[in-house]
Design a protein around this ligand. Structure first.
Ligand SMILES: Nc1ncnc2c1ncn2[C@@H]1O[C@H](COP(=O)(O)OP(=O)(O)O)[C@@H](O)[C@H]1O
Ligand SMILES: [Mg+2]
Length: 278
């Protein structure tokens, strides 16, 4: 972004997005935040699923105010920020409120300046976006330095991830996409899904998304959701927890290395996404 990049002390902003819902974004964002905190980062999670926020539910924590309240000037930023496990900060979103499911231009400008202030609160901001290719998802992704695009091995998730990458690649400026494959049986399966998406992106979108990593399908994660405890705390020795710690290490390595962006000219149109990946 912008909001992060202009600051003297740089805050890295990551948007986690997917296309298809239910692939595991919210769980991975939450646990990635904890793993990064364990590694010494100051992390803030922004629930950007406005109107259908559920990060607070996964944490089993209560909050009084949400991003919607800040934008409606019903509270200050300080009042809305809540502290989760290990001191991770959370800016929650409202649930069951339709009002901001499509931010207008004035609201987007307010969110933009809100992110400037959020950069004072952390060195790493993780944005948990809504599913689908709504204007809010496009907007929140545009605020990020890097877009972590999540897919699972399911064909519908792969096509939706590609369609999302296609739409986001048409945003002004260059996008830095990293692919993260969740619910895999093996690393090999994850890398195959990545290669499928990368080939389509290279061929049709002229961009080369990078490999970010994978998380194994692990029943412990479902159990953790039921207990409203992040899997990193619920079952730290599980496979999924180990995979998420690896993702955190990858994120920190790429952050410090200051990797360049890898992208080319954009020429394709969103309408034909299905034929291209299929
Ligand atoms: N690695 C995984 N292994 C097993 N189940 C998973 C995994 N990741 C996600 N899930 C399942 O998917 C559900 C949806 O996850 P969630 O993080 O809410 O997805 P999203 O935010 O993308 O909609 C979880 O409640 C859990 O049951
Ligand atoms: Mg979610």
């Amino acid at each position: 972004m912008a909001a992060g990049r202009q600051r003297a002390q740089r805050t890295s902003i990551y948007a986690v997005t997917s296309g298809k819902g239910g692939v595991g974004k919210t769980n991975i964002v939450l646990n990635l935040a904890l793993a990064l905190t364990d590694a010494g980062r100051k992390v803030l999670i922004v629930d950007a699923d406005l109107g259908l926020g559920n990060l607070d539910v996964l944490l089993g924590i209560r909050h009084t105010y949400t991003m919607e309240d800040i934008l409606g000037q019903r509270c200050s930023l300080e009042e809305a920020l809540v502290e989760g496990p290990k001191g991770v900060k959370l800016l929650a979103a409202a649930s069951g409120v339709e009002e901001l499911t499509r931010l207008d231009t004035g609201q987007k400008m307010r969110v933009f300046s809100l992110f400037h202030k959020l950069c004072d609160q952390a060195d790493t901001i993780l944005i948990d976006t809504a599913s689908g290719i709504s204007s809010n998802v496009i907007f929140f992704s545009s605020l990020a330095d890097r877009i972590l695009l999540m897919a699972t091995p399911e064909p519908t998730s792969i096509t939706d991830a590609y369609a999302t990458m296609k739409v986001l690649s048409l945003m002004p400026g260059e996008q830095d996409f990293r692919l993260m494959i969740n619910q895999v049986e093996s690393e090999r399966q994850g890398r195959e899904v990545y290669r499928t998406l990368r080939r389509a992106a290279e061929h049709f979108l002229k961009i080369r998304p990078a490999w970010f990593g994978f998380v194994s399908r692990d029943r412990n994660l479902q159990r953790a959701v039921f207990s409203q405890t992040p899997i990193l705390e619920f079952q730290p020795d599980s496979r999924a927890s180990a995979d998420i710690r690896s993702l955190a290490a990858t994120l920190m390595a790429s952050d410090t290395a200051g990797e360049g962006r890898d992208s080319g000219p954009k020429r394709s149109h969103p309408a034909a996404a299905r034929q291209e990946i299929g």
